[in-house]
Ligand binder design. Structure first.
Ligand code: CTP
Length: 407
């Protein structure tokens, strides 16, 4: 899972409510991720939650006193159920136990956390955590359906091995995934209803079964864009070359190796999409006939020579379709970006091409880019790749023709 974008939740105030369950241990890490992203976190715990993790731990991690009782004398007017959520941008219940979901669904208000929820004036997010049979129980499913109908955001649950030793649906999302879902919740849905296809990373063109030609693309920019598009509400299909990166939360990922495989995967998926972004550093050439056996170094044989053939140009092929999606290209140049950027945009026949400014930024965390389009070039300030990805997605969203809303 990707790391937190610094400042992503700056200015956000969250009430984080813990209810009883073994998944409470995950909330220590979640709190750290939320505060690292700039959010202030006010922890409220039910009695049962304090059996699993102590208020002292949660106070140390959140940097604020923890509240567990509606009779807490620290609140001057003695109304913690009102005061604690007054400034909140959202209440997040994690883990949300079977019992707490039931109490929420029925509007109960018999402890501080449930009272806070019913007296709130902000969104409510719940992150269920329970044994698979408790999750599947018709009563739980009824309660969750009711909560959804009431506008409560339900994050997860995940599937997999459970603390009880059983395997199935019900376990809480991992802290990183919970963080991603919360961060995504706060993003404006500029791409709601849109389907976005993108390529990322390098390609690998084999010479023989153990060797090949590749390049230094890390995939970070493409993965950051996929994440930002998901956060903006798009349905995202990411086609990735060989990279060492985790799939962004909520993104559908397909792995390929060669340019030809990437081309074929794109062509299979493109009919369904509104936007195509070619971020991958696709190899321009491949070896005509890769050796099926490892090429051996033999003293009496000459050095191997290779004949190259051209790979398909994926971006140009998509742009040439009868009904192309809105196409965005990327250009990594080692010099003369101003010259090559616009020339490349016109050659590939795409409305927008994003050029990396200055030295090549493969593998680095930040980037500085120029947008090339028919109306001229616009330079964006240098930024962390994850923050820049958000800006680029907003720029792309602004340029989408209305006709691509429904294709
Ligand atoms: N691209 C592609 N398929 C290729 C080559 C490039 O889809 N076979 C896409 C890249 O994903 C990127 C854009 O085209 O969006 C520009 O890639 P780049 O490598 O900069 O351009 P090339 O056309 O390969 O030109 P050159 O290498 O000569 O600069």
């Amino acid at each position: 899972m990707a790391t937190v974008a610094p400042g992503e939740l700056a200015g956000k105030h969250l009430v984080l409510g813990l209810t009883g369950g073994i998944a409470c241990y995950k909330i220590a890490e979640l709190t750290r991720l939320l505060t690292k992203a700039g959010a202030t976190v006010q922890v409220v715990m039910t009695d049962a939650a304090t059996q699993f993790i102590t208020p002292v731990t949660m106070q140390a991690l959140s940097g604020r006193p923890v509240y567990t009782s509606q009779w807490d004398a620290r609140i001057a007017n003695n109304m913690p159920h009102i005061d604690l959520s007054r400034e909140a941008d959202a209440i997040v219940i994690a883990p949300a136990s079977t019992d707490f979901l039931a109490r929420l669904a029925h509007g109960m208000a018999d402890d501080l956390l449930s009272t806070l929820c019913i007296a709130r004036d902000c969104p409510l997010l719940v992150v269920p955590a329970m044994n698979r049979q408790m999750w599947q129980n018709p009563a739980t499913q009824r309660n969750v359906a009711q909560l959804r109908a009431d506008g409560v955001e339900v994050l997860g649950p995940d599937s997999g091995p459970q603390a009880c030793g059983e395997v199935g649906d019900g376990r809480m999302l991992e802290p990183e995934a919970t963080y991603e879902a919360i961060a995504s919740f706060f993003h404006p849905k500029l791409l709601a209803g849109r389907r976005l296809l993108l390529t990322a990373g390098p390609t690998f063109e084999p010479l023989d079964p153990v060797r090949g030609i590749t390049n230094r693309s890390s995939g970070k920019m493409g993965f950051s864009l996929a994440r930002a598009a998901q956060q903006a509400g798009a349905e995202v299909h990411l086609i990735a070359g060989p990279v060492a990166l985790d799939t962004p939360w909520g993104v559908y990922r397909e792995d390929v190796q060669t340019a030809q495989q990437m081309h074929d995967a794109v062509m299979r998926a493109v009919a369904d999409c509104d936007v195509f972004i070619g971020v991958a550093a696709v190899a321009d050439w491949r070896v005509d006939h890769a050796s099926p056996q490892k090429i051996k170094k033999t003293a009496d044989k000459p050095m191997p020579t290779f004949t190259f053939v051209e790979n398909p140009d994926i971006l140009a092929a998509v742009a040439k379709l009868a009904h192309p999606p809105f196409c965005v290209g990327f250009a990594a140049e080692s010099g003369d970006l101003e010259l090559h950027g616009e020339e490349k945009r016109v050659r590939k026949n795409v409305p927008l091409l994003i050029g990396n400014l200055g030295p090549l930024t493969f593998g680095l965390d930040d980037n500085e880019v120029v947008l090339f389009e028919a109306s001229g070039a616009t330079k964006l300030p240098r930024a962390d790749k994850r923050a820049l990805a958000g800006t680029l997605i907003a720029e792309i969203a602004k340029r989408l023709p209305d006709t691509s809303l429904i294709r």
